[in-house]
Design a protein around this ligand. Sequence first.
Ligand code: F6P
Length: 543
Amino acid sequence: MLNDLPVWPRLLQHHRTIRSLRMRDWFDGAQGEDRVARFTLEAAGLYLDYSKNRIIEETIGLLLQAAIEAGLPARRDALFAGELVNVTERRAALHMALRAGPDADYRADGKPVMPQVHAVLARMRTFSEQIRDGNWRGHGGQPITDVINLGIGGSDLGPRMVCRALAHLSVSGTGKGPRLHFVSNVDGTELAETLAALDPQRTLVIVCSKTFTTLETMANAHSARQWFVDRGVPEDGLSRHFVAVSTNTDAVRAFGIDPANMFEFWDWVGGRFSLWSAVGLSISLALGHDAFEALLAGGREMDEHFRSAPLAENMPVILGLLGVWYRNVWCMPTACIAPYSTVLELFPAFLQQLEMESNGKSVQLDGEPVRGDTAPVVWGTAGTNGQHAYFQLIHQGSQIVPVDFIAPLSTPRSLPGHHAKLLANCFAQAEALMRGRSEEELRRAGVLDPARIPHMRFEGNRPSNMLLMDNITPRSLGALIALYEHRTFVQGVLWNINSFDQWGVELGKLLARPIEAELSGGEAGSHDASTSALIERARAVLK
Ligand code: F6P
């Protein structure tokens, strides 16, 4: 744990030394250019400017020392070597293998995994081309025009986000292929509203679930199946309308999907790291399999960078260290993700699962409680919308929120003049957060009312990262996602936690089962008074 490392007292001492220094002074004159040259990185088509952070050279030195003392290089090697880094489930976390070439030597439990990875990729390509070319037909002989991905969490957020980000390559943009719909919530409204607009003869459902036991997905799958039957699709015609993505062949068969229509992945793929596996089938269907493979290539490029770049020039490492710097040394409880790009509007939600499910932990690898804090609350929306909602707090609120700005420099589907305005706002926010606005500057700008000056001054000195890419392509998006995956891992190492399990979501699932039975008319169970009253109230309406 960071707090236990030999370098920790020096980090605290260093913080005391620099906490009153102002970033804007570090940008004065020529030293500003040196600072930018020193604190920028490029990798896999991404450009990271981290100069607007509360850091100096010595800070990075100390943080790198922390990484060494935490054993980051060895832990990274263990990850890539397929060791059982997910210690509580005794599993490897080998999502990097899903985006590797056929000649790579990834092994889980000592066994090579690349042959099975590429066998599934080949099946995905064949199926994707059949659907997109109209050669896979519904039971009545109609081509498939609409595909629904039924999944939740990692079986939803990744593919949903990617399909949104690259929508210009889909049928709604310049591409062909079916329209994709994503249904995750067990609130039947989502599925009902989706189905209402669809023709069962032309619809295909992907039941996407690693375990094939998740309540939400299975409830939606059963209701979708009933919808087909109610609308005249015979039981023996359902195989033309249902495929599965899972690790659980028995459960897929028990649901009634022929394992021949199942796309497999493996227990060494964590749910929130799974979009690169057959979970990405929806991506391949919506955008074409070549685009899916380009996404994998972008992820692979970032893997190579993470694996081989020196720590000081390693983008996921630097971002991870900055994250712990603010979380643990400055005690900042939240972190904002601000993509200045409508197509990345789902990226913050994707990162919420990635970071908070991975690193929202209070126990170290050996079962000892963590000392200090782990994952911050991650939040954000696409810019410029956030500016007109919560940026007030980021500029002048009583707590400091580090921001990751993410901006493509061009966009395939915009209108003349818009993108320059969007980027101008993005860069201006980062500049304003760093510089602030002094009383002197206000007076020079003609603000002379002493009653207003305290309200209108900006303290500044608020940190941000700026991540740029030329445009959002499958490749750059793949690199961006893999960057945050590895950053999440780096932070987990600094906190000495297992980033690959998620026991915290189990208890609520367990308790929901008897409550559901009670809501459906079963006997009242034993609960606290508040929960019992809530159940009673709901029963009265559900009757
Ligand atoms: O929310 C818990 C979780 O297990 C996530 O980690 C996972 O991505 C999601 O549920 C869905 O699980 P499955 O793919 O097994 O349906």
